[in-house]
Design a protein around this ligand. Structure first.
Ligand SMILES: C[S@@+](CC[C@H](N)C(=O)[O-])C[C@H]1O[C@@H](n2cnc3c(N)ncnc32)[C@H](O)[C@@H]1O
Length: 206
């Protein structure tokens, strides 16, 4: 367990809803609804990272979801939202870099503002690849860096400071998904080229 990352997000949990629940969450809700609409009720679903559970309201009804987050404080804050969900959500405090799930345990994996935050994104995505079945789907809603000046310059400048308290601002998550072995299916820009939905698949065995 990466205790430094855990402590950072435990601290962020105190004010997370204040910062995220109103503006950002309302703004991104339509795109998140589209991403989560791919959740299938008969699938084994892995969701990361749970945070305070703000995403849960956008989940379709009656799914069977295993959710992880590195921060016990985040998971504790998510409890009420988990209890209100019509399907089943089991939450575990777990580091994506070190998941205890067996290989090929899940049919689908969903991420939401996660791979801006995970310390080693390619390694974390390889861990997701391991626990997905061949043909398993990865659906993501993610903040990324920009390729457009001056946004690229500003995000590279601000990222070291932002990452002391929360996410990094300049990740190339599309390239990271491919580097982890996934096949890209679809990439959509939700806002400029800095907020994206990404769909990918773990290739079937030959
Ligand atoms: C920006 S928050 C997003 C939370 C939630 N998905 C949302 O959009 O409201 C990032 C989350 O990633 C979690 N996280 C960071 N590193 C992690 C890791 N290595 N393994 C699991 N979760 C991690 C943090 O604890 C935090 O809850």
């Amino acid at each position: 367990m990466d205790t430094g990352t855990q402590a950072k997000w435990d601290r962020a949990a105190r004010s997370f809803d204040l910062m995220a629940a109103n503006g950002p969450e309302k703004r991104w809700r339509p795109a998140k609804l589209e991403v989560f609409s791919h959740m299938q009720p008969d699938a084994r679903i892995l969701f990361l990272a749970l945070g305070t559970g703000l995403d849960i309201e956008a989940f379709p009804a009656n799914c069977d979801i295993t959710a992880i987050d590195i921060s016990p404080n985040m998971v504790a804050k998510a409890e009420e939202r988990m209890a209100a969900y019509t399907g089943s959500i089991r939450a575990e405090v777990m580091d994506v870099h070190d998941m205890s799930f067996a290989d090929e345990s899940f049919d689908q994996a969903f991420t939401s503002c996660t791979f801006c935050s995970v310390p080693d994104p390619v390694d974390g995505l390889r861990a997701l690849y391991r626990v997905l079945k061949p043909g398993g789907e990865l659906h993501m809603f993610e903040h990324t860096g920009s390729r457009v000046f001056p946004f690229s310059f500003m995000m590279n400048l601000m990222s070291p400071l932002a990452s002391r308290f929360g996410p990094e601002l300049n990740r190339d998550t599309v390239a990271n998904v491919q580097a982890a072995g996934f096949e890209l299916r679809e990439v959509n820009n939700v806002f400029l080229d800095t907020v994206k939905t990404i769909s990918a698949v773990k290739p079937q065995r030959d």
